[in-house]
Design a protein around this ligand. Sequence first.
Ligand SMILES: O=c1ccn([C@@H]2O[C@H](COP(=O)(O)O)[C@@H](O)[C@H]2O)c(=O)[nH]1
Length: 278
Amino acid sequence: MSNLPFGARLRAAMDTRGPLCVGIDPHAHLLAAWDLPDDPHGLATFTYGVVNALADRVAVFKPQSAFFERFGSEGIAVLQEATIRLREAGALVIIDAKRGDIGSTMDGYAAAYLAEKAPLACDALTVSPYLGFGSLQPAIDVARESGAGLFVLALTSNPEGPQFQSARTADGPTVAGAVLDGLRSLNADADGLGSFGAVVGATIKPTEEVLDINGPLLAPGLGAQGGTAEGLAAVFGSAVRNVVPSSSREILGAGPGIGALQDAADRANDAFRTVLGY
Ligand SMILES: O=c1ccn([C@@H]2O[C@H](COP(=O)(O)O)[C@@H](O)[C@H]2O)c(=O)[nH]1
């Protein structure tokens, strides 16, 4: 990892390669569509196929840990190897594992994913704030030290999200608003884009929360979940430039052909470039 903080590396990567984040979600139905067995070998062929096709042309990848974990240690080994190969090719990797626990246990997750020599060292990790924003502090500290980033769930893309995220805290703001406030504080001293981002779905309805956190806004929900490139401006308003648009099934479904995967990624990247003002 370079010495620059995650936010600076992310801005540079998106400026160079475009803003698209490709999600690597090896669903069983995608392995079948690629004519691969639903086992660790199929997982490896699928994952390295995506890596070989796209590692040197896409800025950011977001492997979904669940689809690797379902194959146990063999699946984690593929996640680890893919992360190494992607980073060697100059791409950034956000591992989507949505970790969250009491502070003393967050130490363990930070050591697994965020520390300089972590076994699953990545550029950023998704984390869950539902044990309290302060419970994330160990991950925040280690990320600051190693130059990694975090994406904290704020306004997720799924329809069930508002049940908790739109609820009011005792202090007045919504739960999501309190998460965004916490992130804004963490990014206050950043030189350029901060390293502490929020997950804000591309599918959410117009919202009262202020999305300008001087940090990246990871936006899943595009394609398969119904979000569109054109819709991003309405959702993100003045914060649209900091959006990292993430698409998994929509891109992966174009495979297994390398050219078809590259065309799908290039088309998506072009659409996002236009809408996000690149
Ligand atoms: O709010 C959220 C947070 C995370 N995700 C994850 O992103 C991908 C979306 O996949 P698609 O195939 O592009 O729908 C998946 O890994 C989710 O777990 C999300 O969708 N929404």
